[in-house]
Write a protein that binds this ligand. Sequence first.
Ligand SMILES: NC(=O)c1ccc[n+]([C@@H]2O[C@H](COP(=O)([O-])OP(=O)(O)OC[C@H]3O[C@@H](n4cnc5c(N)ncnc54)[C@H](O)[C@@H]3O)[C@@H](O)[C@H]2O)c1
Length: 390
Amino acid sequence: MSALGGGAPKRVGVGIVGGGLMGREIAAALRRWPALIDHPVAPELVAVCDINPDALAWFERIDTVTQLTASSDELFANPDVDVVYIAVRHDLHERLYVDAIRAGKSLLAEKPFGIDAPAAESVLRAIDETPGAFVRVSSEMPFFPGPQWAIDYVRSGAVGRVIEARCAFLHASDLDTAKPINWKRQARFCGEAGVMNDLGMHAWHVPLRLGWRPERVFGVLSDIVRERPAPGGDGATERCDTWDNAVLHCRVDDPAGPFPFAAETKRIALGEKNTWEFEVHGMEGGVRFSTKRPKTVEVFAWVDVPGVGREQSWQQIDAGSQSVWPTVTGPNFETGFSDAILQMWAAFLAEREGSLGDRFGCVRPEEAALTHRIFAAAARSHESGGAVAP
Ligand SMILES: NC(=O)c1ccc[n+]([C@@H]2O[C@H](COP(=O)([O-])OP(=O)(O)OC[C@H]3O[C@@H](n4cnc5c(N)ncnc54)[C@H](O)[C@@H]3O)[C@@H](O)[C@H]2O)c1
């Protein structure tokens, strides 16, 4: 029953498969759940699966956890688990997602939703064949308050005819060629799409939700660092065979006229630490946001400058703390990555309950599958030198 009706929020048992970087982040976010106002659900982390005992041991600090296991089958068989979050290597997505869905669990899947398009299609089939399946895909950056303002601004029509748009997700740490290799830099684990598999969902969630499907993609992919030190520090190196950077120049056929959309995903963008940017320019307005200035949204306007006249101006507005689901956090306070994770989970579990309404939701499985077709088109474009339809 919804807390909005005065009843107690519905308890939902959560299981995590993959207790690494993201598994721990989600466990921490769920502990901040009381910050949400009148959410219909009260999630409780009850089970964690990881094949690495050290990773599992970290979760001993969470007193609601009653099952720590190395077997995903055991976790999927746990009747206390209603919802599963799976954060593992990309080559493991397909099997674990399909197993979770067929076991009757709701799923918040990590991106890229399978290692490639056939894997994503296989998960879609499992969803189709499982009555009541509820699956969404992780992409938290649009749950900062600023992107929510930007999305609402675009939806309001204030932009007018779109001139151009861009969404980017930028990292920098791979500039360090001494950084040891890991699974995200090896195609057999990360996928042929490389950086697009890693960062691409972040760059496509908002444009796809705004209805901007690319008709044509021109991909420029960069494989800059081709070897990295092997883990262990004995001087050996291993082949680093994933794309480091990918810039996709796309044509979106809007009813008002086609416009260029650029999706940039980079592991080597100088100085950038998890920078997510979104920008739309139109004939009547414009909006832009970057996590570099996480509380600031910029909105374009014509202004009357006293003594000067009418001028074009980018106005800076502080967006405060409130995003998709209201929280007890003071509206003037600052926001951050872990707040966005909490908001993404609030949206995921509210949508599962049918309580999200027209608020912004997590990536849908069919959108995630489409990103794989876009990445494959970008790779074919890079190879052929021409623009390719996804
Ligand atoms: N949404 C985001 O911002 C974001 C950020 C980073 C990573 N990710 C995604 O999350 C996923 C995991 O990335 P990560 O950075 O947390 O990786 P990670 O390497 O830190 O953690 C993965 C964990 O999975 C465990 N594991 C491996 N095989 C397993 C199996 N068969 N069963 C259970 N556990 C197993 C590993 O022991 C490890 O602890 C990937 O899909 C990645 O793309 C998302």
